[in-house]
Design a protein around this ligand. Structure first.
Ligand code: IMP
Length: 200
């Protein structure tokens, strides 16, 4: 079975392929469908945006389609930047711009006021069903950047159980505990049960 991933991002495609490796599925990305351009993320929740992307790709390809949307939710900022995480410091913001803005917004908060969650929603759309799963990981926002791996807010997202930031983790270590890894494994469990039921 082919599943189209609603992204051009090779990193995401590799991570998803790794997690779904034991299932009889072939993962394609939007690189196989160059006629599909940028899909505007106009929803005001992660779930709405994930479904906008998965439904658009399903309607245009006719194939089962999978999309994810992720946000960083900081308690002291009432859940911001959330669904706006990519554009926190402006429409053309870089990862560094966003990290610097977050460090600045958080500068007057004490250690125990710095709780944050990464949340990923996965949406899966076929001609007969719509499924969504979620993955959440709890951490704290550091008062400086630490680590040079990963991307996005990883250098300022500290994970207490392993006493390091996401940017100080190897890829496999991060995937085993991350929001996206959890959401994907939840999806993988559902898909696996479906395939077992279908094929006996
Ligand atoms: P997206 O929905 O995967 O495109 O994520 C939206 C934004 O959230 C990205 O532009 C990053 O700034 C941030 N983000 C998503 N996933 C991660 C992660 O695993 N680590 C750090 N930042 C992330």
């Amino acid at each position: 079975m082919k599943i189209v991933l609603a992204t051009h991002n090779r990193g995401k495609m590799e991570e998803i392929s790794d997690i779904l490796a034991d299932l009889p599925v072939e993962i394609l990305t939007l690189d196989s469908f160059p006629e599909i351009g940028e899909i505007p993320e106009t929803g005001d929740t992660l779930k709405k945006n994930a479904f906008i992307k998965a439904e658009t790709v399903h309607n245009l390809t006719g194939l089962p389609s999978l999309a994810d949307d992720t946000g960083l939710e900081v308690d002291a900022l009432f859940g911001a930047p959330g669904v706006y995480s990519a554009r926190y410091a402006g429409e053309t913001a870089t990862y560094q711009d966003n990290c610097r803005k977050m460090l600045n917004e958080m500068k007057n908060f004490s250690r125990n006021e710095r709780v944050a969650h990464f949340k990923t929603v996965i949406a899966y759309v076929t001609s007969s069903e719509k499924i969504w799963t979620e993955g959440v990981v709890k951490g704290t926002i550091l008062d400086h950047q630490d680590g040079d791996k990963g991307f996005g807010y990883d250098p300022i997202f500290y994970y207490p159980p392993l006493e390091k930031t996401f940017a100080a983790m190897e890829k496999d270590e991060k995937n085993s505990i991350s929001h996206r890894g959890k959401a994907l494994r939840n999806f993988c469990d559902i898909l696996e049960k479906q395939l077992i039921n279908k094929n006996g």
